[in-house]
Structures are given as structure tokens and as C-alpha cells.
Design a protein around this ligand. Structure first.
Ligand code: NAD
Ligand code: LMR
Length: 339
């Protein structure tokens, strides 16, 4: 018969991969929101998280009290609006889903005016209180909010490009699922590398690099690429004014956090797409780009090139570059103009 401990390991490992356990305090900023709540729950069941610090301008202590009853060993504490500094003390990883979501008819860039200052101010606090923390940005528009965090940390003299990540995992999750559906495979057999950024044409799925997906062509190919690029709109439309993806995003956010924690713990070969400061398209004026990144004890260990592309993918990448450049420059300009 299995012991209680092994039963718990079995239950947990259905969701998360584990490696040698180390004490890791993780903060969620925006923990009271549509993403923040289920993300906090999933992080509570990740054995690599030893302590959870939940912060929001509304409702985080309640979420923390609720989540803290889940029977895993990690400690959970909630912090109210005026307790951001306390929430950040000693944290190793900060996940940021704070900010407003889209309504039907909006682009992610339409969120810029509200979310840019939210993310800038949170990043400034992280830079001051927890300058060594790894920062995972979920708040949209990711193509601009990641440069906003970088520029804010630069101003404080604490920017380490190995420790800043735009979370693009939802695009990877969607791609595996949608391609699995059309090829009648398990999503685990259709992992698709998604490069570029996180909005419409900047989302570039590389089907040609997967054995099961490379035969997909014609109208079926066009449709599945469009669905991956605009999967977010599908959810925004279905929620009909009540927000955007929250549950699948929480799943994706917890999945990426677990990958990072495994890398930080010294596990080798943890590779996943994420939006980071990247040399790949610097010659085209692109400072941040998502491609496969190997995660290690210091965060970004190695940035992989995009690899061989089909003619269609070359075209998708061509369309991605100018849009991504505009989004990145907008984020940088915002911080340059901030007092
Ligand atoms: P939500 O409105 O349900 O929750 C946002 C939370 O942020 C709220 O609880 C709010 O109180 C909090 N908040 C606002 N300002 C804050 C501040 N200064 N400090 C701390 N908390 C603050 O929204 P949501 O559905 O959870 O979405 C959050 C963000 O994530 C949106 O910008 C959305 O576009 C983005 N998103 C990104 C992805 C992705 O793939 N990267 C996927 C889905 C959603
Ligand atoms: C998504 O891809 O679902 C998120 O970026 C939310 C959105 O606005 O579409």
C-alpha cells in the first residue's frame, strides 16, 4: 500500500514536475483577480513553492485564507493594498497578473494606458525591495509591459536580463491543444514552439518543427495558425464583457513558474518558449523576443535560435517583426517619459 506521502507526491506530480526541493518564496501581485486566484491555488499545490505571498489592491487576504487550507506544506500569507513592501520581502519569484483585462472589440494594446503604470509601479517596488527576484509578467500588453519592467529596473540600476520573463506559455498550451485536435493526437505529442511576442500577428507558431504537425497545410494550416494567434479573442468574445482567459492562463502561468523553479533548482534541460531580452533579432531593432529558452540556476541559461522555418513561417515572422518593434518601443518610451 502507498504511504500518505507517496500518494501526495503522485497527486501533485499529475500537475507539476518536481526536482530536488529547495525553499522558494513566490509572490503573486494581482492575486485577487480572475487569473490571480486560480494561479495562487495551483502554486499552492506546487511542491517547489515553499511560501506564497499574495498581494492585491483588493481581496488578497481573503484569497490567502482560503488557499492556505489546501493540504500542502507551503505557507500562505495575504497582503492588503498598503502592504506591498512586506509582501515582497525575501521573495525569489514574482508573478504579475495585475491589471485590467480586455472586453470584446479591444486589442491588448488598448490596455496599455491602464496597465503600463500598474506594471511600472509594481516593478519599481520589486526592484527596491527584492532586486534579485525573477519577475514573470502576465499583464497585457506583454510585448510592452516586459520592456516597461526592464526599463524601470534599469533606472534603479538592478536590471538583470536573465531574470525577466514575459509569460507566453498560454500560446504554447493553445498550440499543442489545437494542433492535437486537428491531427487526432494527444497534445503531449504535438508540442509546438511559438516564437515572437504575445498578440495577434506577433504570435508565430512553428508547426513545421513538429513531426505530427508538419504535414498540416492549406486551409487547415491557415485556420489553425489563425486560431493560435487569436485564441485570446475567442475567449474574450465568449465571456462577453466579463474579461479574458483566466483559468487556462492560471494553468499556463503555474506551468511556466514550475519550469522556472525546476531550472533554478538545477534541473538540466528545462526548455520552454518565453519572451526575454534576446539577441536573436537585435539587428532588426528587436530587443525582446520569445523563443525556446533553457532555464537554469540563474534564470535564462541559453536562448535558442528559432531553428529551420517553412516558407509560411518566414512570412509570419516578417509580419511579426515590425509590430513587435512598435510595441517594445512604446513600452520603453513610456518609462523614459515617466518622472
Ligand atoms: P482581473 O481584473 O480579473 O484581475 C486583475 C487584478 O489585478 C484585480 O484583482 C485587481 O485588483 C488587481 N490590480 C489592479 N491594480 C493592481 C495593483 N496596482 N497592484 C496589485 N493588484 C492590482 O484581470 P485578469 O483576468 O486576472 O487579467 C489580468 C491581466 O492578465 C490582464 O492585463 C490580462 O490582459 C492579462 N492576461 C495575460 C495573459 C497572457 O497570456 N500573458 C493571458 C490572460 C490575461
Ligand atoms: C490571452 O491570450 O488569452 C490573453 O492575452 C488575454 C487576451 O486579452 O486575449
Amino acid at each position: 500500500m502507498l504511504s500518505r506521502a507517496s500518494l501526495r507526491t503522485l497527486t501533485v506530480s499529475r500537475h507539476f514536475s518536481t526536482s530536488a526541493r529547495r525553499e522558494t518564496k513566490v509572490a503573486v501581485l494581482g492575486a485577487g483577480g480572475g487569473i490571480g486566484q486560480p494561479l495562487s491555488l495551483l502554486l499552492k499545490s506546487d511542491p517547489l513553492v515553499s511560501s506564497l505571498s499574495l498581494y492585491d489592491i483588493r481581496g488578497a487576504p481573503g484569497v490567502a485564507a482560503d488557499v492556505s487550507h489546501v493540504d500542502t506544506a507551503s505557507e500562505v500569507k495575504g497582503y492588503a493594498a498598503d502592504q506591498l513592501d512586506q509582501a515582497l520581502e525575501g521573495v525569489k519569484v514574482v508573478v504579475i497578473p495585475a491589471g485590467v483585462p480586455r472586453k470584446p472589440g479591444m486589442t491588448r494594446d488598448d490596455l496599455f494606458n491602464t496597465n503600463a503604470s500598474i506594471v511600472r509601479d509594481l516593478a519599481a517596488s520589486v526592484g527596491r525591495v527584492a532586486p534579485d527576484a525573477h519577475i514573470l509578467v502576465i499583464s497585457n500588453p506583454v510585448n510592452s509591459t516586459v520592456p516597461i519592467v526592464a526599463e524601470t529596473l534599469k533606472k534603479l540600476g538592478v536590471f538583470d536580463p536573465r531574470k525577466l520573463f514575459g509569460v507566453t506559455t498560454l500560446d504554447v498550451v493553445r498550440a499543442a491543444r489545437f494542433v492535437g485536435e486537428i491531427t487526432n493526437k494527444e497534445p503531449s505529442e504535438t508540442p509546438i514552439t511559438v516564437v515572437g511576442g504575445h498578440s495577434g500577428p506577433t504570435i508565430v507558431p512553428l508547426l513545421s518543427q513538429n513531426a505530427a504537425a508538419k504535414g498540416v497545410n492549406g486551409e487547415v494550416y491557415e485556420k489553425v495558425v489563425h486560431r493560435i494567434q487569436y485564441g485570446g479573442d475567442e475567449v474574450v468574445k465568449a465571456k462577453d464583457g466579463a474579461g479574458s482567459a483566466t483559468l487556462s492562463m492560471a494553468y499556463a502561468g503555474a506551468k511556466f513558474t514550475n519550469s522556472l523553479l525546476r531550472g533554478l533548482n538545477g534541473e538540466k534541460g528545462v526548455i520552454t518558449p518565453t519572451f526575454v531580452k534576446s539577441p536573436l533579432y537585435e539587428d532588426k531593432g528587436i530587443e525582446f523576443f520569445s523563443s525556446n529558452v533553457e532555464l537554469g540556476p540563474n534564470g535564462v541559461e541559453k536562448i535558442h535560435p528559432v531553428g529551420p522555418l517553412s516558407a509560411e513561417e518566414e512570412k509570419l515572422l516578417e509580419a511579426c517583426i515590425p509590430e513587435l518593434k512598435k510595441n517594445i518601443e512604446k513600452g520603453k518610451a513610456f518609462v523614459a517619459q515617466s518622472a
